[in-house]
Design a binder for this molecule. Structure first.
Ligand SMILES: Cc1ncc(COP(=O)(O)O)c(C=O)c1O
Length: 379
């Protein structure tokens, strides 16, 4: 029998979030298309569930080729973008075979296309480095890179040539992305005649950028936003600033009580006796530990819900279990359900606060041994 911990994926929350984001985009000046970012196995939500859950997305973005191929095997016909591009010729052949779109961020990738012309022309996004200094060409290199891409387009190796960047500090409310955006469009405008610009997509915004700058873009180009964390109903900002959309958390992490015990004052709990009972108390052991992905570093405020009531986590989180205080609860039984996070007051955002982390890590780190179950019904 599998352990009782499971992540329940609420499919209705997924489609709700897509609709909310699409409605938000419809009101923005440039009406960008919506690319759902589903890398890292859909931030831990299982890529398979995105096929229906994110059916309203216009396109998908992944990191791994295996994820892109899985989507095609599930019957997805929409554009799929490889966010970091390809690594070798085998990947390039897969791009050709499965008609995947790819980011191009190095001369190596351009050369690989040049020397191994695909059977069908492929669409590329030229990645522009921002102050992130992670992937991408410098703005000053763009004319030269674009020229090479155009030559390959004329030869029929490349289909569409698009552009992308990724801002490093968009979740920082004091950071201004507009000066760099202006530089990008002024460089593009110098390279591309006005009448040809609409053929090109420019994608700049992730979740935080989209929420802070809904009208970011340029009227001459097609705009696409890359929505990751908000698609899963979570907040890209530090806790002091809430995402201004009525999103619903998609993942609920639940488990069960697997032991109940009584303690006397002075009894220790867990490794290194980090917790000592100050008075007689009742505690429960929950089948959820750091090897399931629950963060070990939670602070003293961390709690779970039993019978919808907060129960403080006591002692250190173990590999497979944690101990909680249930003294204040009547009638707790073995195998009663425990909510580690979900919706309402205790979301993955809350657990991120307990552990000085971000919701991205809380959901994407749920491990393989956590059973991932889709729930198609709950609103
Ligand atoms: C290149 C790129 N675009 C978009 C995203 C989505 O970001 P978010 O989940 O903050 O929307 C990411 C996430 O890390 C990314 O690396």
């Amino acid at each position: 029998m599998p352990r009782p911990i499971q992540s329940i994926i609420h499919l209705n929350a997924m489609s709700h979030n897509m609709q909310v984001i699409k409605d938000f985009l419809t009101k923005s000046t440039h009406q960008p298309a919506l690319c759902a970012v589903i890398k890292a196995n859909a931030y831990g939500h299982d890529i398979e569930h995105t096929v229906n859950g994110f059916a309203k997305a216009d396109m998908f973005a992944v990191i791994q080729m295996t994820e892109a191929i899985r989507l095609r095997q599930y019957g997805v016909k929409k554009n799929i973008l490889l966010l970091a591009g390809f690594y070798d010729l085998e990947d390039l052949n897969h791009i050709d075979q499965y008609q995947i779109q790819t980011m191009v961020h190095t001369q190596f990738q351009l050369d690989l296309i040049k020397h191994n012309p695909p059977k069908h022309p492929i669409s590329i996004y030229i990645k522009i480095n921002s102050e992130m200094n992670r992937l991408g060409f410098e703005l000053s290199e763009l004319p030269h890179i674009f020229k090479q891409a155009k030559i390959m387009q004329d030869k029929g190796y490349i289909d569409q040539i698009h552009f992308a960047t990724h801002f490093p500090s968009s979740d920082n409310l004091y950071n201004n992305v507009l000066p760099f955006t202006d530089q990008i469009f002024s460089t593009l405008n110098q390279m591309i005649p006005k009448e040809e610009r609409k053929k090109h997509i420019v994608t700049l915004a992730n979740s935080a950028t989209l929420l802070r700058y809904p009208n970011l873009g340029h009227p001459d180009y097609q705009m696409v936003v890359r929505a990751g964390i908000i698609s899963y109903g979570l907040n890209p900002f530090p806790k002091s600033f809430c995402a201004p959309l009525p999103l619903k958390p998609v993942m609920e992490l639940t488990s069960q009580i697997i032991a109940i015990r009584s303690l006397q004052a002075g009894d220790p709990v867990g490794y290194n006796s980090q917790f000592i009972a100050q008075q007689p108390m009742k505690i429960a052991v929950v089948a959820a530990g750091y090897a399931d992905g629950y963060p070990r570093e939670v602070n003293k405020n961390a709690y779970v819900l039993v019978h919808n009531t907060p129960c403080t986590i006591i002692g250190k989180i173990c590999m497979d279990s944690m101990m909680i205080d249930i003294t204040h609860l009547e009638d707790v039984q073995l195998f009663d359900s425990v909510i580690l996070f979900g919706e309402g007051v205790l979301t993955a955002d809350t657990v991120a606060e307990f552990s000085h982390s971000i919701p991205y890590t809380i959901v994407s780190k749920t491990t393989e041994r956590v059973i991932c179950t889709p729930n198609p019904t709950k609103d």
